[in-house]
Structure formats: structure tokens, C-alpha cells
Design a binder for this molecule. Structure first.
Ligand code: PMP
Length: 366
């Protein structure tokens, strides 16, 4: 049958989605993939074995819906978070979803929406504007300064002028790698009536205390968002969470889908959290590799932004996309995030980093 397929433009799509591009980090088969800030170390044998046993037990009860409020998992996350940050929190402070992307979406559904706005400091995580727009929340950009730090004067002006309902602060920032100080975060929180979401997806890689240390001072405004996709080497399992006052958990219970976290996801995350000490042993290795790769890039002659994360932002290129292609031609997939003159590389295994450095050296001298 010669069915004619309608194009996207033929559909009665919402006007605000017309002409938009979906999130699209290329997923290519390459020898060295350093483009999505994953942890290159696979889960330990102990995790794999325990997970297999747990999943066998779970398989027998997949006819039933999962525990809707993920209490056991949230308790395990609260224990981990308290240990990692030194800020004592309990199950009532923690909410979990399928990746921190879903956490952010649930928060925007609760605190953004039509007639409301979210302010961010770009370049930053590309999903913040996309999630804002898709939840009908107007996204306002307050550009970072030339060193990719938040321009605090401009930030305070933008907050006073637009009175956003949500403010995103990503620290360490993706894609640039730098930190926002707790002092600046406090200043931002004090300046706004909205909810400040501190996106700490990469926090375990930095030495700065978590913004959770400020939760006591600003319980009605501050949310800390985290993920198991990065330091925890668990990106495939899709588990993100936030830590905030219990009222924020009540808020997202209004916007989440029922049974959003599958039995399998909850079990997998609980097993991984039991082994957090082993898993997080890779964090120090990755941080050391990050410092080694940064130093080598500087030696070669690149501009390198100081990173407190598991990736490095470097330049400067007259045509960043062309350089991205030159890396790809050498079997190394890195990320062109669309910031003029710069590219981002994730820290991989030492041998992957060596391949990347060799390519970087060749490209610089060519
Ligand atoms: N926040 C930031 C800053 C990120 O870089 C990412 C992933 N790249 C996320 C949130 C979302 O991660 P996930 O949904 O895997 O938890």
C-alpha cells in the first residue's frame, strides 16, 4: 500500500514546538566515545551478581504495579546523600524519578507552566530550556560572562526584572565545568521569590560542599537535583533524585505519573546504592585523569576551562564543528554543544584519554 506519511508540519502540533529540534547527542559506533559525560567504568561484578538475583525475584511479580512512592529507594538515597554531603536528610526530603531529567520535568510541571518563567545561565545544560518550553514555561537566558561564570550583577538585574518562578543554577556547570560558589547561590536564592533548582548532576566530582548545606536557611525555595548517571556509573538504569523540604515532595506527587519508577529500576538502584563505596572509588581516578588531560591540553596550546567535573571544555576554534569532525575522523567522538569556539570532551578510561590527547595533538599541529 502506498500510504503517504504526513510530515511533522502536517500534524496539529503546538505552535511552540514547531521548528524545534529534539535533544540529540549523536549515538555513533566509534572506538572512543567521550561525548555524554558517562562514567566509563562498568558496574562491579558484585553489583552485577546481586542485580541478577534481585531481578530474577522481581520478574516473578511483574504482573503487579511497583511500590508507587519508592520509599525503600528514597530511604537508601537519603542515607547515601547524608553520607556524601554531611547534610542529614531523610526519606521525606528525597524524591526519585527516571533520571534527573524527569525530576526536573516534574518540578517544572509543578512550579512552571503557562504564564510562568524559568531563568537559566547559558551556556548550561541544554535540557533546561527544552524542558521549560515543553512544560509551557517561558525560558529566560541570562548569559554567563566571558569566563563562563554567572555574571552576578546581571543575574540580580534579570531576577528583579523578570521575577522568574524557577531559577536553574548548574554547579559544576555543564558544559563548561566550573562551579558557582555557595555564597553566589545564597545571593540568588535571597533575590528571588521563585524556586531555585541547583542542578548538582556532577557534584561528586567536585570538592565544593553541596548546596544542600543551605537547605536549612531556605527550605521553601531551594531544591538540589542529583543523578546516578555520572559518578554512580548507572546512566543506563535512569535514576535521578532531588533533595528538598518535604513540601516539594508533596508538590511533585501532584505532577508525576502514577507508578513512574518501575520495579526493575527501583531494585537496580537499591542494589547500586548498597555498593556505593566501591562504585564511587572511580570518582578519584576520573578526577585525576581530568587534571592530567586538562594539563596536557594546555601544554599542547589549547584554551582549557578549569573543570570540577568529569568533562573538559576547551578551544578556541575558528570553526568548532569542523574540529569536532576532525576528532571523529580519528575515531574520537566528543561533543559540539553549539558554543562558539569550544568543544567538550568527557573523561574516559586512561587509554581512551590517551587516544583523545594524541588526536588533539595531531589536530593542533595540522
Ligand atoms: N543535569 C545535568 C547538568 C546534566 O548534564 C544531565 C545529563 N547530561 C542531567 C541533568 C540529566 O541526567 P539524567 O537524566 O541522566 O539524570
Amino acid at each position: 500500500m502506498a500510504a503517504s506519511h504526513p510530515s511533522l508540519n502536517d500534524l496539529p502540533l503546538r505552535d511552540s514546538l514547531r521548528g524545534q529540534s529534539p535533544y540529540g547527542a549523536p549515538q555513533l559506533e566509534v572506538p572512543v566515545a567521550l561525548n555524554t559525560n558517562e562514567n566509563p567504568y562498568p558496574p562491579s561484578d558484585a553489583i552485577i551478581t546481586e542485580l541478577q538475583q534481585q531481578l530474577a525475584a522481581d520478574a516473578a511479580r511483574l504482573n503487579r504495579y511497583p511500590e508507587r512512592d519508592s520509599v525503600e529507594l528514597r530511604t537508601a538515597l537519603a542515607d547515601y546523600f547524608s553520607r556524601q554531603t554531611g547534610v542529614e536528610v531523610s526519606v521525606d526530603n528525597v524524591w526519585a524519578a527516571n533520571g534527573s531529567n524527569e525530576v526536573l520535568q516534574q518540578l517544572l510541571l509543578a512550579f512552571g507552566g503557562p504564564g510562568r518563567s524559568a531563568l537559566g545561565f547559558q551556556p548550561s545544560y541544554s535540557m533546561h530550556p527544552i524542558l521549560s518550553e515543553s512544560t509551557m514555561t517561558e525560558f529566560l537566558n541570562c548569559p554567563r560572562d566571558e569566563n563562563f561564570n554567572i555574571d552576578m550583577d546581571r543575574a540580580l538585574e534579570a531576577i528583579a526584572e523578570h521575577r522568574p518562578n524557577v531559577v536553574f543554577v548548574t554547579t559544576p556547570n555543564n558544559p563548561t565545568g566550573g562551579l558557582t560558589s555557595l555564597e553566589d547561590i545564597s545571593t540568588i536564592v535571597e533575590a528571588t521569590d521563585g524556586v531555585v533548582i541547583v542542578d548538582e548532576a556532577y557534584a561528586e566530582f567536585s570538592d565544593q560542599p553541596s548546596a544542600a548545606t543551605l537547605l536549612k536557611s531556605y527550605p521553601n525555595k531551594l531544591v538540589i537535583s542529583r543523578t546516578m548517571s555520572k559518578a554512580f556509573d548507572f546512566a543506563g538504569a535512569r535514576l535521578g533524585y532531588f533533595v528538598a523540604a518535604p513540601a516539594f515532595v508533596e508538590a511533585v506527587m501532584l505532577t508525576r505519573l502514577p507508578y513512574h519508577l518501575s520495579v526493575l529500576t527501583q531494585s537496580a538502584a537499591i542494589v547500586a546504592l548498597k555498593h556505593s563505596e566501591d562504585t564511587l572509588a572511580t570518582v578519584a581516578t576520573l578526577a585525576a585523569e581530568r587534571d592530567r588531560v586538562s594539563a596536557m591540553l594546555k601544554d599542547i596550546g589549547y584554551d582549557v576551562v578549569d573543570s570540577s567535573s568529569n568533562f573538559i571544555f576547551f578551544g578556541r576554534f575558528a570553526d568548532a564543528h569542523q574540529v569536532w569532525q576532525q576528532f571523529l575522523d580519528r575515531g574520537v567522538l566528543i561533543r559540539d554543544v553549539g558554543v562558539e569556539g569550544f568543544l567538550r570532551v568527557s573523561v574516559g578510561l586512561p587509554e581512551e584519554n590517551d587516544t583523545f590527547i594524541a588526536a588533539a595533538r595531531e589536530i593542533h599541529t595540522s
